[in-house]
Design a protein around this ligand. Sequence first.
Ligand SMILES: Cc1cc2nc3c(=O)[nH]c(=O)nc-3n(C[C@H](O)[C@H](O)[C@H](O)COP(=O)(O)O)c2cc1C
Length: 372
Amino acid sequence: MADYTAKFALAPMVRIGELPIRLLALKYGADLVWGPEIVDRKILTCHKVYNKKLDTVDFLSSSGNLKIPGVTNLVFRTYRKLEKGKLIFQMGTADPKLAVKAANVIADDVDGIDINAGCPKHFSIHSGMGAALLKKPDLLCEILTCLVEQVGKPHKKPISVKIRLLHEKKDTLDLVSRLVKTGISNLTLHCRTREMRNREPPIRDYVSEIYDICQKNNVSFIINGGIKKYEDYLEIQKKYGADIGCMIASAAERNVSCFSSKGLVPWSQIARDYMKIALKFDNSPPNTKYCLLRMIPGTTAIHPVLNSMREPNDLMKGLMNMMDDEGNLISSKEGKVKEHRENTEIEIPYKRRDTLSESDMADQIPEKRIRV
Ligand SMILES: Cc1cc2nc3c(=O)[nH]c(=O)nc-3n(C[C@H](O)[C@H](O)[C@H](O)COP(=O)(O)O)c2cc1C
């Protein structure tokens, strides 16, 4: 059974937290890795397949139109050889019965099941999931209790929850005091309220009191928000206690070697390592491109070239091979890349280019193909 005590963990991240990033996080020192949130109804469309070629366990959906380019029916993939004992599956739900049914589909192939009670995005809260559950503590407790009794105990898998801060300290402490009585094994606190953005500093004013409630109830405690590197993890343990765990999202999205006790590895190395793992495990090319664009700095020459590519893996792999160790495009080919860029200026139909955020850019489909 996975133990969350004092662990250094990769946070759940939609689109980012697929198998290649999770394996890289483990390689660089993460103790536990969360998968991206997947909602209960989606899991319920899935059947499990052992993928002999990749030696992975795949969950394939029977819904979705596979005729649409880029659409695959793969919902979740795990490589048990490296993830066993370390993989926490995060579920989005607002219904105890559906949650139990869905958790039973995946329980034997993951090492813990976590409920997302912190996501403030519209797609989550409009259906009562994510941070909407913070306003319905009875429902959240019922979901957790049902999961503990009907999935956790029979499958011997820990159940956990990830929450955010409420506006008032007292309300947060009251909620935590209820959640730790449901039989969960771990509570993760994103130390921001639901209105706060990730760029704002986290609020850790009463982390010690929450930690205390968790410890008294034999529930491990992980904090999340604004943690960037291994030294931060050590500092937090020194300040609050040796049994506290830490979880990283944004910093890992940019450079997953943030878990390493030896310091950050250059992004060019990470991008190459990532590409190798993505190819090895047949990661979907649009997802590979999306993740690469998050880890390659927007100021580099390679970023717009990658951004303008359609997704096939061989193009991306070619581009990765044209980088030197510092991430510069290799000079003999640079002219060629530059020439292609000039000839294939991306047209963005609806939004002015200079108003786009990085993720908007990542989602744009270029009008013209580029060959490198
Ligand atoms: C790209 C991205 C996707 C995320 N997806 C999820 C998710 O699926 N489930 C979840 O509970 N939180 C999700 N989060 C929130 C993170 O897990 C984390 O709580 C938040 O980013 C704060 O941590 P940080 O300061 O280290 O970024 C996501 C964050 C990012 C940046």
